[in-house]
Structures are given as structure tokens and as C-alpha cells.
Design a protein. Structure first.
Length: 269
């Protein structure tokens, strides 16, 4: 594996296994963060209408020397925009200064999701999104969507790390050819100093953050560490020169404690 290693989605679209998350990075700082990431070798950038930084992402893409066709861009439909998903999608394209996105997601499992999914299916068929998917969906939400959908979601983007090892969800998604994208893979820093994690990191002579990212990659996840700091952006992509041994992967799996550092969708309607 390397930073350009890609996973093939059910739409036949190839998505780089490692990407830059941009949640909570204001647009004025996001442009520099994305440029730093692209210069470091990233070719996968994840944003959303709700992040209010699509303009910064778009500006960075325009300024980068990397051809548009070589950059994978994801954005998302926000909860308030389900009344007119097409308009919301068009506004995202305008802010990103793009003719298409590589992946468009329903951000949360709101009640209108099935109706909005039909619009996403049309956007996909028109080629304006090369793949479509969802975010923060539980197995229950996915089953409800699959009953009505003509197109199976390509991905489900959820919080995922050893301390929230959602194996049942991962198995369900694998069975249905839906790839898991892991956001907040670094637990928002909450567990980076966990002595158990530090012990494994010391064994490989790596920072604990790199162990968490590598764990996700070795579970065949798409991993989206977030940072606006240039040094950390570079550190987070320097995870392709080692492998975590099977026994240590099993130890990391055992860290699961249901820890959510973000929103819990379990009881969403």
C-alpha cells in the first residue's frame, strides 16, 4: 500500500484508502490545509456543506498543480436541505468550483432520507457524482434505505476506530458491498495517550496516531484523519512503511468500549 492505494467501490469508482478530513476547519484555514495535504501526496479530500469550507477546498483544488481527474472529492447533503437536494448539490458544486464530485453523501439519517436518495440516484446517473452513499447510518437505517433504493450506497461514513469497533456494522456493510469510511479515526485525541495503545506504538516505534490509522487501513477501511496542521497532515499519511502484526490487530480490536466522540445515530428515526 501507499498513499495512492485505492479501493474499488460498488459503482466501480476507485477511492483512495486514505483521505484528509476537513470537519471543523474554517474555510479560510481549509484552503491551506488542503494544499498542504495535496503537496504531501494526498489525493482524497472529504468536505461537506455543513462544514462551511467547500469554498476553501475548491480554491485549493484550483491552485494545486494536480489535475482535477486525479483528486477524489467528497461532499455531503445537509439535514436542512432535504427539501431540495438538487439545489443543495448544485450549490456545493458552485462553491467547490467543480463540474462533478467523486462522492456525494446523505450526511445524517433524517426522516426524508429515502426521498432524497432518489435525487442522489439521479445525480449519479447523470454523472455529476461518480458514486453516492450515506453517513452516520446504522444497520437499521441501511436496511430501511435498501428496501426502497435502486442503487446500493457505495459507502457508509461513520465514526470508527479501535475504541468504537463496530464489527457488526462492518460485517453488514461488507455483505452488501458497502464500504465503511472511518471518520474521527484518531478519537479526537481522547485516546492518543492510552497506555495500552502507547505500548503497541512503542513496539513499532510509531506515534499512536499512526497506529490508529494503520489499524483502519488493515481492516480495509477508507480512513479520514483530520488536521489543519502541516506537520500532522504529513505524519498522518506516513503510515505505509509498516504493518501491524495479526496479534496486535486483535489486541487493538479488543479496545472496543463503544466510545463515541461525535454524534450517536443509534436512536435517530
Amino acid at each position: 500500500m501507499d498513499i495512492r492505494t485505492a479501493i474499488t467501490l460498488n459503482s466501480k469508482t476507485k477511492i483512495p484508502a486514505l483521505g484528509l478530513g476537513t470537519w471543523q476547519i474554517p474555510s479560510k484555514f481549509c484552503e491551506k490545509a488542503v494544499l498542504d495535504a495535496l503537496n504531501a501526496g494526498y489525493i482524497h479530500i472529504d468536505t461537506a456543506a455543513a462544514y462551511d469550507n467547500e469554498i476553501g477546498v475548491g480554491n485549493a483544488i484550483k491552485k494545486s498543480a494536480i489535475p482535477r481527474k486525479d483528486i477524489f472529492i467528497t461532499t455531503k447533503l445537509w439535514n436542512d436541505n432535504h427539501g431540495n437536494p438538487q439545489k443543495a448539490f448544485n450549490e456545493s458544486l458552485k462553491k467547490l468550483q467543480l463540474d462533478y464530485v467523486n462522492l456525494y453523501l446523505i450526511h445524517f439519517p433524517v426522516p426524508e432520507r429515502n426521498e432524497s436518495w432518489k435525487v442522489l440516484e439521479r445525480i449519479y446517473k447523470e454523472g455529476k457524482a461518480k458514486a453516492i452513499g450515506v453517513s452516520n447510518f446504522t444497520i437499521r437505517h441501511l436496511k430501511q434505505l435498501l428496501e426502497k433504493a435502486d442503487i446500493v450506497p457505495a459507502v457508509n461514513q461513520v465514526e470508527f476506530h479501535p475504541y468504537l469497533y463496530q464489527k457488526e456494522l462492518l460485517d453488514f456493510c461488507n455483505e452488501n458491498k458497502i464500504k465503511i469510511e472511518a471518520y474521527s479515526p484518531l478519537t479526537h485525541g481522547v485516546k492518543l495517550k492510552d497506555p495500552r495503545l502507547a505500548e503497541i506504538a512503542n513496539k513499532y516505534k510509531k506515534p499512536t496516531a499512526q497506529i490508529l490509522i494503520r489499524w483502519g487501513l488493515q481492516h480495509n477501511l477508507i480512513v479520514l484523519p483530520k488536521s489543519a496542521n502541516k506537520e500532522r497532515i504529513i505524519e498522518n499519511c506516513s503510515v505505509f512503511d509498516f504493518n501491524i502484526f495479526e496479534e496486535d490487530m486483535k489486541t487493538l480490536d479488543s479496545f472496543n468500549e463503544g466510545l463515541r466522540t461525535c454524534w450517536d445515530p443509534t436512536n435517530a428515526p
